[in-house]
Design a binder for this molecule. Sequence first.
Ligand SMILES: Cc1cc2nc3c(=O)[nH]c(=O)nc-3n(C[C@H](O)[C@H](O)[C@H](O)COP(=O)(O)OP(=O)(O)OC[C@H]3O[C@@H](n4cnc5c(N)ncnc54)[C@H](O)[C@@H]3O)c2cc1C
Length: 642
Amino acid sequence: MVGYFRDNADLGYYFQHGIDWASLMPVLELAPGSGDGFKDAAEAVQLYQEVAERVGDFAAHEVTPHAAEIDREGVRFAKGEAWFPERLQSIFDKVAALGLHGLTLPRELGGMNAPMLLYLVNCELLARADISVMAHYAFHTGPAMALLLFSLQEGSTQLDVESGRVEATRWRAAIEEIARGEAWGSMDITEPGAGSDMAALRTRAELDDQGRWRVTGEKVFITSGHGKYHFVLARSEPLAAADDLKAGLAGLSLFLVPAYQDEPDGRRTRFVSIDRVEHKLGHNGSATVALRFDGSPAELIGKRGDGFRQMLEFMNHARLSVGFESIGLCEAALRLARAYAAERRSMGKPIDQHEMIADYLAEMEIEIVSLRALAMDAAYHDELGQKKLLFGRHLARDEASRVALEREARAHLARVRRLTPLLKYQAAEKAVEMTRRCLQIHGGNGYMREYPAEKLVRDALVMPIYEGTSQIQALMAMKDTLGAVLKKPRAFAQRLAGARLASLSRLDPLERGVARLQHLSLSAQQHLLTRTFAAKIEDLRRRSLPPWHGWMKDWDPKRDFGFAMLHAERLIRLLADEACAEILLGQARRHPERRVLLERFLERAEPRARFCHDEITTRRRARLEAAVEVTHHALVDKLAAE
Ligand SMILES: Cc1cc2nc3c(=O)[nH]c(=O)nc-3n(C[C@H](O)[C@H](O)[C@H](O)COP(=O)(O)OP(=O)(O)OC[C@H]3O[C@@H](n4cnc5c(N)ncnc54)[C@H](O)[C@@H]3O)c2cc1C
């Protein structure tokens, strides 16, 4: 079997042409050709590709053959610890031996100074083999990088300004331990009573008599939570009012809580106890645990009250990796479905020659290409944005270059902020859709445990749930998109008119197609805002003495954006298709051999965008009231039954 990188021409495109690696080099290697860096971009890309090939080979030959066994055996809970089965442990010993855990860390901290983009490609390759292996892999690199970044942000890392090398950093020992594969981290947010609603988190952090932080509370569903280094979101500031969303979030701080210490005599002293390993539908090789903190010693990261912002930063990276993870699942589903459909015959021919099945497979293929384009674009801009920000803040030689670097960084990061929820939403939803389609193509066999299709569905179902549900991604995208329109209404009107004109006047039919998609998206946004404004004015008219003065400032998201919230998921679908089309158009302009991909994408994206647009623009506000009414009746029925 060919490895998962070598058999994937679309992935190869990004290493050969699709990514502008030369533009990444100045932020990856400060002084090319000096020290242990690369002599030029070509040499670096060659090494990155070799790493991706090795990981792809490893995934295909050493993970996939054991995926069913890993799923069957799961993770054991005994003597207060979660235990990996031998097979999974041996896979992780090999991952460590390949040096993958520290891949993106600076060389002086035991890493290879590779781009995060390479790490994300590895996430896709490993996810194609087994989702649990990928998830646990991510909880090495992710926390190690986060420790370094948070330390840079709070000013507890010293860099050599000439070489950019790390001279000292607050969590050096932990970072190096993780890079060696001897420890890993986890992100502890969710509690029994709060997941999406972080303002409702109740785990407490308090200072003891000696001025040390102690964390007390319960966290559930924590992936790789049997690890050592826990990023814990806890309430360090008192809650002024129970329902004040902002106060709820502003009272949160981020802590590093080491869960245990291994003593020289081999005993383990635990500061955080594992209550149980959760029983899940899928992801069985991944240790998802419930944790109890009981005055556990903790270190404050950064400033008090800054936890929500810091965790969002961490989560945004994690959302990018869920995007790549979901693409890996989609790729697995496509390959499995394609192989089965080519072999299985019905009504005198292989089932892949029946029109419907052929169409399913063709659709899966083009959807994966478009998702990967979105993912790669987001990852590329994230790399540039994050690194330019760090360079600007810590290594700029003068004020002018600091200002220039930070301005460039902000532009890249604004793009990442736009693309991340679209990627997380679209890739996660497609993973569910495609794995289900793969099962369907397997017919009755698909439903049987002997075939790998059902495992893919079980594993995929969590993609739209963790790292922020699909609904939360939709709300974030809606808020950012409409907020941007409100900030610059004139620019929005120009874009709307420009898209309309381009959809009619561009000579290239593909450019016209992309402009039509943009116009559908912009016109849906216009409709949502018009209806929101109309409702607001209606609300003001109903008041006896309308407070017209300052009414624009008097916006309450819960009250005034109900109509936009109703349509947030339709809007995010439109936005995701629009973004994919724009990125594929950019690729087609640079590399005409990709035009055919854009053509195939538009053929499917345009009708579904029209459908979402029509649903948004033709559903009346009355429907919203009716929907809320139905929920109310359901509640009344429930209360009556009780
Ligand atoms: C396998 C697995 C691994 C996980 N790993 C981790 C981890 O490592 N760390 C961690 O902290 N957590 C983890 N989680 C928890 C996960 O992040 C949460 O389950 C998720 O954020 C949703 O929170 P919840 O379960 O409380 O659902 P709720 O917040 O109760 O949501 C229930 C439903 O309501 C919807 N909803 C909620 N609010 C709104 C709204 N305003 N508008 C519209 N719809 C809304 C949600 O989208 C969802 O569909 C994991 C979960 C699973 C299943």
